[in-house]
Design a protein around this ligand. Structure first.
Ligand SMILES: [Zn+2]
Length: 603
C-alpha cells in the first residue's frame, strides 16, 4: 500500500513531528499495519517504552496475537522480545525488550490510561473509545498525558475510522493536524485530484461496473487503471496546512484508493452504497467505514434552543382539552427524584404537562412519600375536571430494589418499575419480569415485577419526531404549525429541561445513544421517553385505542360529551382515597420492613 510510506516516515524518529493522526477507512487503509510497523520500528531504531491503547480487552487480545505473529516472522525481533528471565514480562499487558516495555491498555479502564510515563503512544480505533471513563476524562487524552514529560522527544500515533461528526475524536485530532489528503493523477489528462465519492458513477442498475469521472475534464477512469494512479511515483499527500506539519501530521484516506486485489473495488462500493443508503444508520456505517469520513447529518444533533423556541404559552399542570392520556416518567438519583408528567392526544402526540425535581434521599424509605405525594397530586383540565397520571414508569437503574418495592406497593395506581435496554430489537415495553436481587444482593423469589424497555426505540421515536417538528422551509419557517407538531412543551419550562432533552446522540460505533460532549445530565430525556412508554404499557396501550375509546376519554377527562358509564376509571374516588392511601402506605412500609428483616437475618 503505497500511501502508507509517508505516514511511516512521519512516525519515524527522524521526523520532527510529535503527533501523527490517521483517519481512514476500515480494514483497507492499513491503519493497524502502520501501528505495528511503528512499534517494531521503534524497537529497532530508538527503543523506549510505549503505551498502546485499544477500545477494550477483546481487541487487545486480538491485537497482541497479531503482534506476536508478526514478531515471529522477524528472527531478530523475536529474539529481542524473548523473555530473558521469568521476571521479564511477556504477557497480554506487557512486552519487554532491550531498552523499553510496551504496555497494552483498555480505554474502558482509566487506570490503564494514565499510570506510567512513556515516550511513545499508540491509540487505535479511538472513535470506539467510551466518551468518558468514570468522570476522569476522555481515554485518548488520558493515554496522551503519559508522554508529557518527554516533550519534543515523544511521538504519538492516533488512528481510527470515524464516527458521527459531533462525537468524533479522530476528526477533532485530524483537524488539529496539517490535514493531508491523497492526490492522484488522472491517467488520461494528468490532473491531480483527491478521489471523492460523488465522482463514482455507474450505468443504471449496474453498480458493479462503476467507474470514476475525472473532476477536471470528465475523463472516464476504469478500475483497471487504478495502479497507474496510486503509486508513490505519481501520487502524493498534500497538506492543507503545511505550516503545521512539523508538529502534527494528519492524514485522511477512503476505500476509493484500494489497489486492485487489496480490498473493495469501486464497483463493490457502489453495490454496498445502494444497499446501505436505504437506511440512515447503514448509510452512516458506509460513510464512516468505507469513505473514512464522519457522517454529517444536520438532524443528528437536535439543538435545544430550537426546541425551546417552539414552546407554547400554556400553564404547566393544566391539561388541554385534546389531551386524553396522562402518564408519568420518574428517574431516581442520589439526591432527588426527577419527574416528567406528559399527556397524549388522539394522534399519540406528546405534550409536557409538568417537570419537577424533588430533592430527596431515595436511600431513605421515608423520602419516597415525597414522590408518592407528587404523583398523587391531581392536574386540572381546561374544563375544570381533575386528572392523575394513569400510568407511571419509574427507572430502576439506581436503587432498583427500592424502586421495585415502591411500585409493588403501588400496583393499583399503575406505577411500574422499568429498566432500559439498548438493544434495537427490544420492543418498547415487554412482559413483566421478576426482580431477583434483594437489598443484600441475594436472590429474592418473592420480589416484585419490573419491565425491560426498548430505550433505543423510545429515543428513536422522540428524536425522530423532534427532527421532523424542526424542519424548516426555504424561508426558514417551521413547516409544521404548532398544532401539527408531535412534541409540545410549555414556555414555563426552564432551559435545563431542553438541554437535557437534547443531550444524546446516536453513535453507530458503539452502537447506542451516548451523552454528547459537554452534557453531564440527561434525566429529562429519560423521563420524557418513560412517559411515552407508560402510555404504551399493556395496561394502557394507547396505540390500540379505537375512535370510540378516545371519545369516551374526552367525556371522562374533560366532560365534553355525555357518557353512559359514570366512573372515572383512573382517579381514586374521594371517599375511599384516604383509606386507600393508608392501605398503600402500609403495604409500602411492609415491603421495606421485609428488606430490613432479611438484612438482620445475617447477624
Ligand atoms: Zn482527466
Amino acid at each position: 500500500m503505497p500511501h502508507t510510506r509517508d505516514i511511516m516516515i512521519a512516525l519515524s524518529p527522524s521526523h520532527p513531528c510529535t503527533t501523527v493522526t490517521f483517519m481512514g477507512s476500515s480494514q483497507t487503509s492499513g491503519k493497524t499495519e502502520i501501528g505495528l510497523n511503528f512499534m517494531f520500528g521503534m524497537i529497532e531504531l530508538a527503543p523506549d517504552s510505549m503505551a498502546i491503547g485499544l477500545p477494550n480487552h477483546k481487541l487487545i487480545k486480538r491485537f497482541v496475537k497479531r503482534f506476536d505473529k508478526t514478531a515471529v516472522e522477524m528472527p531478530d525481533m523475536a529474539e529481542k522480545l524473548r523473555p530473558k528471565s521469568r521476571k521479564d514480562a511477556d504477557s497480554q499487558e506487557m512486552k519487554d525488550f532491550p531498552g523499553g516495555t510496551y504496555f497494552f491498555g483498555s480505554a474502558e479502564s482509566p487506570s490503564d490510561g494514565a499510570s506510567i510515563s512513556t515516550r511513545y503512544i499508540y491509540c487505535g480505533e479511538v472513535d470506539r473509545y467510551p466518551p468518558d471513563v468514570d468522570g476522569e476524562g476522555r481515554p485518548d487524552e488520558l493515554f496522551e498525558t503519559r508522554r508529557t514529560m518527554y516533550g519534543n522527544a515523544s511521538k504519538a500515533y492516533f488512528e481510527s475510522s470515524p464516527g458521527i461528526e459531533s462525537l468524533s475524536i479522530i476528526q477533532r485530532r485530524f483537524l488539529d493536524g496539517d490535514q493531508s489528503y491523497r492526490y492522484v493523477p488522472c491517467p488520461h489528462c494528468g490532473e491531480k485530484q483527491r478521489l471523492v465519492w460523488p465522482q463514482v458513477k455507474w450505468p443504471d442498475d449496474k453498480p458493479q461496473q462503476a467507474y470514476y469521472v475525472c473532476i477536471k475534464n470528465g475523463c472516464i477512469i476504469q478500475e483497471y487503471e487504478k495502479p497507474r494512479m496510486l503509486g508513490n511515483d505519481v501520487a502524493e499527500w498534500r497538506a492543507t496546512f503545511p505550516e503545521r506539519s512539523q508538529r502534527h501530521r494528519s492524514f485522511q484516506l477512503s476505500a476509493l484508493y484500494c489497489l486492485p486485489g487489496l480490498g473493495k473495488t469501486w464497483g463493490d462500493l457502489a453495490v454496498e452504497f445502494l444497499e446501505k443508503q436505504k437506511d440512515k444508520n447503514s448509510l452512516k456505517v458506509f460513510i464512516n467505514t468505507r469513505l473514512g469520513e464522519t457522517f454529517k447529518d444536520d438532524g443528528e444533533k437536535i439543538e435545544w434552543e430550537r426546541v425551546k423556541e417552539r414552546a407554547q404559552p400554556y400553564r404547566l399542570r393544566t391539561v388541554p382539552k385534546h389531551i386524553l392520556v396522562v402518564t408519568g416518567g420518574v428517574d431516581v438519583q442520589k439526591n432527588r427524584f426527577e419527574v416528567v408528567i406528559s399527556g397524549f392526544d388522539r394522534r399519540q402526540r406528546e405534550t409536557v404537562l409538568d417537570h419537577r425535581v424533588l430533592p430527596a434521599n431515595p436511600e431513605n424509605p421515608e423520602d419516597w412519600a415525597i414522590l408518592e405525594e407528587y404523583l398523587c397530586r391531581p392536574l386540572v383540565s381546561e374544563t375544570g375536571t381533575s386528572l392523575r397520571p394513569e400510568c407511571v414508569c419509574i427507572d430502576a437503574g439506581y436503587l432498583g430494589h427500592m424502586v421495585v418495592s415502591f411500585c409493588n406497593a403501588n400496583r393499583q395506581r399503575r406505577w411500574y418499575a422499568t429498566r432500559g435496554s439498548g438493544s434495537s430489537t427490544r420492543p418498547l415495553i415487554g412482559r413483566p419480569q421478576k426482580w431477583k436481587a434483594r437489598a443484600d444482593g441475594k436472590v429474592d423469589t418473592f420480589g416484585g415485577d419490573f419491565y425491560l424497555l426498548g430505550a433505543k426505540n423510545a429515543k428513536d421515536w422522540l428524536y425522530g419526531h423532534l427532527q421532523r417538528d424542526g424542519k424548516l422551509n426555504e424561508l426558514g419557517e417551521y413547516v409544521r404549525k404548532p398544532d401539527e407538531r408531535f412534541f409540545t412543551s410549555s414556555t414555563e419550562l426552564e432551559d435545563e429541561f431542553y438541554k437535557q432533552l437534547c443531550s444524546a446522540g446516536w453513535d453507530p460505533h458503539q452502537p447506542r445513544y451516548v451523552k454528547l460532549p459537554g452534557q453531564d445530565r440527561n434525566e429529562v430525556l429519560d423521563c420524557v421517553c418513560l412517559c411515552y412508554v407508560a402510555a404504551m404499557h399493556p395496561i394502557v396501550k394507547m396505540d390500540r385505542f379505537t375512535d370510540d375509546d378516545w371519545t369516551k376519554r374526552e367525556a371522562l377527562h374533560h366532560g365534553l360529551a355525555p357518557v353512559g358509564k359514570t366512573p372515572d376509571l383512573f382517579a381514586i374516588a374521594p371517599a375511599n382515597a384516604e383509606a386507600e392511601k393508608q392501605q398503600i402506605a402500609d403495604q409500602f412500609a411492609a415491603a421495606f420492613a421485609s428488606i430490613e428483616v432479611t438484612h438482620n437475618d445475617k447477624y
